[in-house]
Design a protein around this ligand. Structure first.
Ligand SMILES: Cc1cc2nc3c(=O)[nH]c(=O)nc-3n(C[C@H](O)[C@H](O)[C@H](O)COP(=O)(O)OP(=O)(O)OC[C@H]3O[C@@H](n4cnc5c(N)ncnc54)[C@H](O)[C@@H]3O)c2cc1C
Ligand code: FES
Length: 255
């Protein structure tokens, strides 16, 4: 059961640094139902700049706290990293389709900020007792703290890969996934376009769902700023996605 997208004024209960460039933003529980993979459009400022809201995946802790895991990449996320407990933030959510209910053993593959879109799904599979493995890839150790509550509340079944080998598996997150993928009947993937393209090319026969992180203007289907070409024609990532089956994606249009 999902609720319709609504404007909320949410009060921040925490904004914790959980790695070199990652923060975990927590809000009071607005009591809204949403699916893993659905997202929120977050107003960054009441000022004219930055004007556009920014999209972020949402998850929930076992206690019901609403959370956004974000990586500081530009103006909006840098401003967010200064936010303090007690601040009120305007968000529109839940938006997008989210993941269908997954019944079978599933491998979750998150690269860079794409790991954020996997957290709600991992927490749901964990709570339902569905077998899963969360594979997290970063360039080097320290980018995202494996001991943080992101992975420990609840304690997720997670493996880490670093490209320089400074923590966990030495290699890319796809190299790590390749070691385990034979044990799973489906995959959920989110990461930079090059990583998702490589997944499609490397594992063409895997039943995979991809959560896309395209640039968004409105987030509600109006501006067409997020439209992509698929095997089923043009689609808007914000309302037709952000979760798409791999079989309809065109690798050349993920870039
Ligand atoms: C459905 C959805 C869910 C998302 N969930 C999360 C999440 O949970 N956590 C998280 O950290 N990020 C997530 N993102 C990405 C996040 O929205 C962007 O990183 C954020 O909007 C950047 O804002 P900014 O103002 O800091 O960067 P800007 O100043 O707008 O841009 C900084 C740099 O990042 C690039 N950039 C900005 N947005 C994107 C994008 N969407 N894709 C690729 N490059 C981009 C710009 O081209 C520029 O080079 C999600 C995106 C989508 C569409
Ligand atoms: S962001 Fe405006 S239509 Fe998708």
């Amino acid at each position: 059961m999902r609720d319709s997208p609504t404007h909320f004024q949410l009060t921040i209960t925490g904004n914790e640094k959980v790695g070199d460039r990652f923060f975990l933003l927590s809000f009071e529980n607005p009591g809204v139902s949403f699916r893993p993979g659905q997202f929120a459009m977050v107003a960054i400022s009441g000022e004219p700049y930055p004007l556009l809201r920014r999209p972020f995946a949402v998850s929930r802790t076992p206690e019901g706290t609403l959370q956004i895991l974000y990586r500081v990449v530009g103006t909006g996320t840098r401003l967010m990293s200064y936010w303090k407990k007690g601040r009120k933030v305007n968000v529109i959510f839940p938006l997008g389709n989210g993941f269908e209910k997954i019944q079978n053993a599933c491998i979750l593959v998150g690269g860079g900020s794409g790991v954020a879109s996997m957290i709600a799904l991992a927490r749901e599979l964990h709570s339902r007792g569905t077998p899963y493995l969360l594979c997290v890839g970063t360039k080097k150790s320290g980018e995202l703290d494996p001991h943080s509550s992101v992975f420990q509340n609840p304690p997720l079944n997670v493996k880490f890969a670093t490209e320089d080998g400074s923590f966990g598996f030495h290699g890319t997150v796809l190299d790590l996934a390749e070691q385990h993928i034979h044990s799973f009947t489906c995959a959920a993937v989110c990461g930079p376009p090059a990583m998702m393209t490589a997944f499609l090319e490397r594992f063409p026969d895997v039943n995979a769902m991809f959560s896309l992180e395209n640039h968004m203007g409105c987030g509600t289907g109006v501006c067409l700023g997020c439209a992509i070409e698929t095997r089923n024609g043009m689609m808007r990532v914000c309302v037709d996605g952000p979760v798409f089956p791999g079989k309809i994606l065109l690798p050349e249009h993920l870039k």
